[in-house]
Design a protein around this ligand. Sequence first.
Ligand code: PLP
Length: 739
Amino acid sequence: MSQAEDTLPGTSSVAHAGMLPPRLDELSPQNLYDKCLALAGNLWWSWHPEVTNLFRELDPIRWRQLDHNPIALLAEFTPERLEARAAELVLYSRINQAYRRMKEYLAAENTWSTVHAGVLGSKPVVYFSAEFGIHESVPIYSGGLGVLAGDHVKSASGLGIPLIAVGLFYTQGYFRQHLDIDGYQHEEYQPTRVDLLPIEPARGTDGESIMVQVDTREGPLFAKVWKLSVGRCSLYLLDSNVEENSPEDRPLTSRLYGGDTRTRIRQEIILGIGGVKAIRAMGIVPGVYHLNEGHSAFATLEAVRGRMDRDGYPFDEAMRRVARQTVFTTHTPVPAGHDRFDNALMEEHLGPMRDALGLSHDDLMALGRVEPHNHKEPFCMTVLGLKLSRRANAVSALHGHVSRRMWVNLWPGREEEEVPIGHITNGVHVPSWLSWQMLQLYDRLFPANWFRQMGGPEVWQKIHECDPGELWETHYALKNLLLQFVRRRLARQCRRRGECDDAVEQARNVLDPNILTIGFARRFATYKRADLMLSDLDRLHDLISDPDRPIQIIYSGKAHPADEPGKALIRKIANLRHDARFAGRLVFVEDYDINVARHLVQGVDVWLNNPRRPLEASGTSGQKVVLNGGLNCSILDGWWAEAFDGRNGFAIGRGETHFDDEITDSRDGEALFKTLTEEVIPLFYERDADGLPRRWIKMMMNSIASLAWRFSAHRMVMDYARAGYVPAAGGVSSDMASR
Ligand SMILES: *Cc1c(COP(=O)(O)O)cnc(C)c1O
């Protein structure tokens, strides 16, 4: 990122020529310290390697120990010590430059959005999500949905789209995972230190901090509102930990997806209803509401209430208008995965809302039912989202089909293909997931302003002109970094369990950079079938111990605390380390998070993905691998079903599913071994006279050229803007399913 990224020509340093760079000798210790604090105060730093490198160099060991949290790092420095360290490392000009680049970025006016989504200028998008994965130091995410939301906000910032994000502040975040000696998962919750986060109280139009109130039949719930800066976008987080709440209600938002359905509906009224109230208290008038999954769908009801209040519309008209402004994204391909609440929970928590809307209990329940008058049917958040939005989408082409089939009864008389749920396939934020080493390579190869065009195919075609040896060397260096990381973590895991020095020493020597390295890391939900490779241990052993063409596997991932089958899977895999046949070539890295994910996706040769089709709505981890030169080996599900073209990675099976899961699993297990033995392994070990796997490298290039842009969050957010946001805000419509 050597340019003023994401901005159009004319907005970089030239336009700011009037702003004189501060003279170096003007930097007092305090001034230097303040600049570093300002950098740490906007999560913009997290996707700029030249800034993360700065922080790391200040104290590499503490940087790692502090979860890459620059505020925590700076708290350990006095301005004087920081200055001494900066002088020692000659960091002045780099700090100045980073600071200036951030200022330029925040001030740039001529962005993609100015040209293509101008209508949003005065009508911002308010984007709701139950979790946001922005960086490992801000633990308010649990998995793919959160990371997707974080990437969405970062790309919206890059494209200059006026987007305001709303979520919940989890004071204990998601848990840290430790495995005991028996491989069983234990969860550790750590209180989040607010003073060590780039967070401040949000202020209302009166300049005071905001407290929102959400009424229930049993009394009000309160939440305060925090603000985080993510580049040009703001993220507001609601927090129930306030004195106004009863002691039982204070920890409502402390844990992500913790507690029972009652906790769940209470979190969701805070997110949805409280979120709209918070936005209103800040004087923001939304042009568009974007609901990322059903958790936040109550927001639509508060928005309707607002229109009735403010504009005097009757309920139906207010609802029509809010629906026109609302974009709903569904992520869940199984009926059981959608939030549902019964009559009693709904009456307790939405009773005051329905009074305000002038609805009977049945009228309200009907908004969340497929059959409006079926009194036995609970209230489903996805149904509310679909009914209260004019534009709805799934997150891959295949997931679009699945969703239209699942919800066809919501539109009586319509055929499946006429169900108005379109799709926008997920993508990843390139600067966040791209390694520094590959960035250097792209910077040398691609046109100077390639970052402005990363959401389109053109620039990426240049990868075909790369010297194969150079691409391979770069990948090999990244793979070595990954192995170093894994060994360090494994040694730490052994020490924590109190294992003997021999075991620690062994952990320091696992894995071999010359062996084909397969990565598998994600949440341990059972449909993802983390143990598919373990379905035939003898065959797996043959592959791992092959004298000429061996493989090695790195696993990582957390199971939901209440998911015993998921925990059993982890145990099964982790305990293979006690089996001499697999020792040193099959490892489990604990505490999967954005940091572990980043190392893995940047260093593996092959990323394995074998969900039970069609249960992976999209999946995004494989997209992160593409950017760094790794190859995907995957079931034809989610994004891979539309991405695989026969030359850009490997397919497992041909996309068949049997109605009996056991049969599907055994066929897919077969297909997995077949793909590995007949395609992946031979191709990897086929070397020319220089020791290069020419055809493998060609496949890396095909993968980068055909996939990097299509599955980037920039492409995704541009699609949302054109097909969702602009028409929802009253601009000219585009091609997303609307009704
Ligand atoms: C990208 C990512 C995910 C999503 O992975 P999938 O393979 O798409 O399920 C989950 N967790 C973390 C930490 C990630 O970075």
